[in-house]
Design a binder for this molecule. Structure first.
Ligand SMILES: [Zn+2]
Length: 112
């Protein structure tokens, strides 16, 4: 069943109206080649369709991994080097800063 065809322009205005009889004539089996895509044309249009990609895997992103680490644990500890109080997320932290860390390493090497 073919009804009348209305062809619209890109902006939505009516470009052409084909009535039912004309439409039936257009889509007649006898002139099928006029409106059916040839195999090469079909392949061309099939290639135009965007294949569903896996964007996250493609980009190497895994959104299910939460990357913004929340600093919700705070431990009040004392630095073993400068004896200052520090707040760390790790309860087993011993040293406050890199300068203290370097000093600590130096001392460890001395004691060896
Ligand atoms: Zn320190």
């Amino acid at each position: 069943m073919i009804s009348g065809i209305k062809i619209y322009k890109g902006d939505g205005t009516l470009k052409q109206e084909i009535n039912q009889a004309e439409a039936r004539e257009l889509y007649n089996e006898t002139n099928k080649s006029a409106w059916e895509l040839s195999p090469t044309e079909r392949r061309h249009w099939d290639n135009m369709t965007v294949k569903e990609t896996q964007p996250y895997e493609y980009k190497g992103l895994r959104p299910w991994i939460k990357r913004s680490y929340k600093w919700n644990k705070q431990y009040k500890l004392k630095c073993i080097m400068c004896k200052k109080e520090m707040i760390k997320a790790n309860s087993k932290a011993l040293i406050c800063s890199t300068t203290c860390k370097n000093a600590h390493l130096r001392e460890v090497r001395k004691n060896k």
